[in-house]
Design a protein around this ligand. Structure first.
Ligand code: ZN
Length: 142
């Protein structure tokens, strides 16, 4: 196992063990739910949208480490982003998790999400890695 693979696994395990922004959000403006029947993952994402950006996010989830870690990292990276920026990050993440950019390195703006690169080898897990993102971004797209 390479050092990078080990580092990625540590990041995922850490977010799984100590999820960031976990729980329901006070005064959230909207929420989205996701369910991945293939793996049994369930996630609810809460967010508070201000006039210009996403003020706060939180999530509650049950399921595998990948889905929980991805949700946890998402609530960190999308805070302070505009809806448009959030959509762009999701598209970027999706492209880098699927075959499209298989051999490319994760761009810097995805930060810790690079730790999800391991799912490229397991297409069934891509749904785990994008579940929370769909739950939120499919809903705030309009
Ligand atoms: Zn899963």
């Amino acid at each position: 196992m390479s050092d990078l693979t080990e580092l990625y696994q540590e990041i995922i395990l850490d977010h799984n063990k100590y999820p960031r922004n976990y729980g329901c959000l006070d005064n959230y403006t909207d929420k989205g739910e996701g369910h991945n029947p293939l793996c049994g993952d369930e996630v609810t994402v809460y967010w508070k949208l201000g006039p210009e950006d996403i003020k706060a996010l939180s999530f509650q989830a049950r399921g595998c480490a990948i889905s929980q870690a991805s949700a946890s990292m998402m609530t960190q990276i999308l805070k302070g982003k505009s809806v448009e920026e959030a959509q762009e990050l999701f598209q970027l993440l999706r492209r880098h998790l699927t075959q499209e950019c298989e051999d490319e390195e994760f761009p810097e703006e995805l930060g810790e999400l690079a730790a999800l690169a391991g799912v490229r080898k397991y297409p069934a897990r891509i749904k785990c890695a994008t579940l929370a993102w769909h739950a939120m971004c499919d809903k705030i797209s309009d």
